[in-house]
Design a protein around this ligand. Structure first.
Ligand code: EPU
Length: 437
């Protein structure tokens, strides 16, 4: 059933919100659990459709899994693996499942994994993943849309990534855990999710050094050195940044809990430059507030620790009503301005030229019917609707469901006037038509 959000803007967000586990960490931890024989358990798992897809991929290998949504945990019992194939049906739905390639090559010495293909935000090639695996000694054939990798023997080597790709760094970390000797990944991605993966692997008995820097060394261990573990995922920095943006957009004041503030330094710095106030009130809690009209800023998205591409759309929503002109340069993806036509429908003044967007702040946005074209573009429309005058309808929520757990419930708890309803019933009971400024 197609669901929609109905949002009445103009409500100041107040109170507290708890951030869940990081989607982009937990999906990789789940794939890594395949490496060790026995039952691993992962905590702080958000209830997201992407988590469900990763479980399906892992089940497809003949591995038993369970998902306790109340406890926010998944268990993965990788005692036996009966298949080395990850079907297109799943990989095409979620690119992150391509990480199973590295885990299977390590554990089973063979993998047949569907090529993910491009997606809405860009071409998103996997050539670094493939070249890195070949450098480790895997024989790779690409046939009928699948990567067939055979690796009876993997030997550690130096691998240089042309771009610090998150996925390639992770896939190659997994592939080299059981290789002979040491593998050195240079120009590695430095995202917090990479550190979380290294911590998970080390807890499992692997030997990974340098995660969080541009050079990661994986000293190969034996299969018998690996054992199942229990592990808690880090908080989701992008969910945190999204709620920070929503609070700022509403000119409200709220506490964001379960966040690692150091993971958001660049984003926080930009929000402060725009005029928001951000205070660290506890090691894992920040208070965000904003009273006045924001000032425009310019920024370029970059790999961590630069401005995160996943928060670019949220910042764009804020810039639509800021004072002055802001310029955004998107340096990671070819097509990550999918929110622009929808923000224009809400009255924004944005000129896009390839990977540059020039945003001239207008006095106000007005509510409109818009559509989520991908996960982060969709979330930015929620932020825009919260600050717009009048009512907005946001369609295609399945994109938002991939990365935000209970998004409407968390926003409602902060005082937002938002309701999720089904297209079929059009039942919006509980929606307050009056703005509660
Ligand atoms: N690239 C290549 N060849 C490769 C790999 C990457 O050309 O072999 C290019 C990509 O096309 C892209 C750039 O390198 O232009 C960066 O891609 P990267 O591999 O770093 O991204 P990813 O691993 O596919 C993860 C997150 C994304 C996030 C990016 C960048 C997950 C599941 N996804 O993607 O998150 O935008 O890193 O930080 O971890 C999201 O959560 O909405 C999302 C898209």
């Amino acid at each position: 059933m197609a669901d929609k959000y109905k949002i009445q803007g103009g409500t100041q967000l107040k109170g507290e919100v708890n951030i869940g586990g990081a989607k982009n960490a937990v999906l990789k931890l789940m794939a890594s659990a395949v490496l060790a024989q026995g039952e691993s358990k992962i905590y702080n798992v958000p209830d997201l459709t992407d988590v469900d897809i990763m479980l399906e991929v892992i089940n497809g290998l003949g591995i038993k899994t369970s998902h306790d949504k109340k406890e926010k945990s998944v268990t993965i019992d990788a005692t036996n693996i009966t298949s080395v194939t990850a079907q297109y049906e799943y990989v095409s739905k979620m690119r992150a499942s391509f990480i199973i390639l590295g885990a299977l090559v390590s554990r089973c010495k063979e993998a047949i994994v569907a090529l993910p293909g491009g997606c809405a935000i860009g071409e998103r090639r996997v050539d670094f993943h493939i070249k890195g695996l070949e450098a480790l000694g895997a024989k790779i054939k690409i046939e009928n849309g699948y990567v067939h990798a055979k690796a009876p023997r993997l030997v550690g080597t130096d691998i240089y990534l042309d771009i610090p790709s998150v996925g390639a760094t992770e896939n190659l970390m997994l592939a080299s855990v059981l290789a002979e000797g040491s593998t050195r990944i240079q120009n590695a991605a430095q995202e917090p999710e990479i550190i979380d993966l290294a911590n998970f692997l080390n807890a499992m008995g692997a030997d990974v050094v340098g995660a969080g820097t541009s050079e990661i060394v994986i000293n190969g261990v034996k299969q018998s050195d690996l054992h199942p573990i229990e592990y808690t995922t880090i908080p989701d920095r992008i969910e945190a940044g999204t709620f920070m943006s929503a609070v700022v957009a509403s000119k409200g004041k709220a506490i964001i809990r379960n966040v690692f503030p150091a993971h958001l330094t660049f984003f926080t710095d930009k929000l402060i430059k725009m005029g928001a106030s951000i205070k660290l009130i506890e090691p894992t809690a920040i208070e965000v507030s904003c009273k006045n009209r924001l000032n425009s800023i310019n920024f370029v998205t970059q790999p961590y620790p630069g401005f995160p591409t996943d928060l670019q759309s949220m910042a764009m929503a804020l810039l639509t009503t800021a004072n002055g002109v802001g310029i955004i340069t998107e340096s990671l993806y070819e097509n990550r301005f999918m929110q622009v036509p929808h923000l224009l429908r809400m009255g924004a003044d944005i000129h896009q030229d390839r990977n540059h967007a020039i945003i001239k702040g207008v006095k106000k946005l007005t509510g409109a019917t818009v559509s989520a074209s991908d996960l982060r573009a969709g979330a930015s429309l929620v932020v825009a609707a919260i600050m717009a005058d009048g009512t907005s309808i946001i369609e295609n929520l399945h994109h938002i469901d991939r990365g935000y757990e209970n998004f409407d419930a968390k926003l409602t708890a902060l005082g937002a006037n938002i309701i999720r309803y089904s297209e079929e019933t059009e039942n919006t009971k509980g929606f307050k038509n009056e703005s509660r400024v």
